[in-house]
Write a protein that binds this ligand. Structure first.
Ligand SMILES: Cc1ncc(C[n+]2csc(CCOP(=O)(O)OP(=O)(O)O)c2C)c(N)n1
Ligand SMILES: [Mg+2]
Length: 261
């Protein structure tokens, strides 16, 4: 998936690498172990839902959908091209497996809250997963949604916070400090789970299973991540938030990732 992410952004000469690389294993867990989404049920309204609230990390979503057979490798070659169904930010009107159009930060958690609430009203039992950014969490709308989720006891909602410490302009605590996340979400009535190593599938699985056990509140997994994870010169470097690699950088990245896609 990381090789596909690098190749997409390199080919388009545009896109967001850092925040895509930071949550690869988390997305694998969600799409392969948590959600009941397959090519055969993608149009089924009662299947589980996912919202990429940090919509700029679209290469990450497209990469996992390709692994699931919900997009093709040929689709990936068209990332950010005019008329492509995989635009710079996810568009639910173009791809059946995309459950919400996102990209304007702050909105995705509200959408996920709405889906979870509708699900309860309709007596369905699907789950909604949502990935939010740590910089994104400076948005007031995140906290309105957080308040609503606990008010309505949305135990069918599982959020993951990609806590990589960086946003477009650098260190989140210097731009507008949104921490501490754990006590804030607790105060908003959420079940808070800390994921210390977001690259260890055992720990990731355990965190999601803990979320499942909570029956009276929404859950949030605060995932400690590394922006740019997997490529030495991109790791923990805000300069790679939204920069495309040139040919040389791209081939170094691909060789570090152990392949030649
Ligand atoms: C409402 C809104 N304001 C600004 C932007 C531009 N923008 C795109 S990504 C980003 C930083 C996001 O940082 P973070 O949430 O930490 O994401 P990550 O580190 O996971 O990439 C900004 C400001 C946007 N997409 N939407
Ligand atoms: Mg961040």
């Amino acid at each position: 998936m990381r090789r596909n992410i690098i190749s997409m952004v390199a080919r388009a000469k545009s896109g967001h690498l850092g925040g895509s690389l930071s949550a690869v294993e988390i997305m694998v867990e969600i799409y392969f172990n948590q959600m009941n989404i397959e090519a055969s049920n993608v149009l089924d309204k009662s299947r589980d839902k996912f919202v990429l609230s940090k919509g700029h990390a679209s290469p990450l979503l497209y990469a996992v959908l390709a692994e699931k057979g919900l997009l093709t490798q040929e689709d990936l070659l068209t990332f950010r091209f005019i008329d492509s169904k995989i635009q710079g930010h996810p568009n639910m009107n173009y791809v059946d497996a995309i459950d919400m159009s996102t990209g304007s930060l702050g909105q995705g958690l509200s959408a996920a809250v709405g889906m979870s609430l509708a699900n309860k009203i309709d007596n369905n039992n699907f789950k909604t997963f949502v990935l939010i950014g740590d910089g994104e969490s400076q948005e007031g709308q995140i906290w309105e949604a957080a308040m609503a989720a606990s008010h309505y006891k949305l135990n069918n909602l599982c959020a993951v916070l990609d806590f990589n410490g960086l946003q477009i302009d650098g260190d989140i605590t210097k731009v507008m400090n949104p921490t501490p996340f754990d006590t804030k979400f607790e105060a908003f009535g959420w079940n808070v789970i800390i994921l210390v190593d977001s690259y260890d599938f055992k720990q990731i699985g355990k965190a999601f299973n803990q979320a499942k056990l909570c029956l009276d509140k929404p859950s949030i997994i605060i995932a400690h991540t590394i922006k740019g994870k997997g490529v030495s010169f991109m790791e923990n470097n805000a300069a790679w938030h939204g920069t495309a690699p040139n040919d040389e950088q791209s081939s170094i990245a691909l060789s570090e990732l152990g392949g030649n896609v």
